[in-house]
Design a protein around this ligand. Sequence first.
Ligand SMILES: Nc1ncnc2c1ncn2[C@@H]1O[C@H](COP(=O)(O)OP(=O)(O)OP(=O)(O)O)[C@@H](O)[C@H]1O
Ligand SMILES: [Mg+2]
Length: 268
Amino acid sequence: MTVATNMEPQSDPNAEPMISLQHIYKSFEGKEVLRDLSIDIARGESVVIVGGSGTGKSVTLKHIIGLLRPDSGHVMIEGRDITEMRPVELNRFRQHFGMAFQEGALFDSMSVFENIAFPLRRHTKMTEEAIAARVEECLEQVHLHGVDGKRPSELSGGMRRRVGFARAISLKPEILLFDEPTTGLDPVISDVVADLIVEMDRTLNTTTVTITHDMKVAFKIADRVAMLFQGHIVEDGTPAEFQRSENPIVQQFIEGRAEGPLTDGTNE
Ligand SMILES: Nc1ncnc2c1ncn2[C@@H]1O[C@H](COP(=O)(O)OP(=O)(O)OP(=O)(O)O)[C@@H](O)[C@H]1O
Ligand SMILES: [Mg+2]
């Protein structure tokens, strides 16, 4: 049973999806990675995309943020087709997004403070005082204290991820994208990071898309789980529906079995 909360004001069935990928095709050097991929993500929803290594999960995320253009198909964000935007417009539009890349992708030559301040300096005319306050707020949100002056290399992997999250939210984005937020972290820290994503999604009221191949993380943070296989979404449902799926591809993935349709050689 899902518990209704007062944080779900967007039950209007006619509301436009926040993110709509429509019939996306994408090949690299003749190799088709995305083939007729479609998915709609509602405002405020937390969707997790799972799938094997090299199936195109990161490529999908890069389409959402406009870092890659589809060969055909449309990427609609709040009803606007970003595949038709000019680079300048797209750049401005990207400020709606907070993206936490694999491994954090922090600048190692900068302090934690400067890393988080970077988007603020670049995209706003905030005063130093306002920037300092905002950086503090972002660090607070990810439960980090007293690390402002440190270099990313001085922090643990879990802390670096959190700095990456703090930077991703500095411009108060409406959409948060996480690419493999827990890869390389031990199970306990993974769980802490997953909890933090849930908390951020709720308190910041964002639409959140996360990529992971950790099913425990996926089930924890997802309103919906979608599985990518052979270039498109083969299953899409709530964590409970996903777990009950009779699709053998999904079952093999959840169970982490070596034998099955995922690995029978037909997916190349
Ligand atoms: N810019 C690019 N140029 C050429 N090929 C690319 C490019 N980006 C991705 N690919 C190819 O597209 C395929 C999918 O890559 P992608 O990074 O999306 O996989 P993934 O599902 O994120 O995998 P992983 O779980 O390992 O991160 C791979 O075969 C990759 O080599
Ligand atoms: Mg990837």
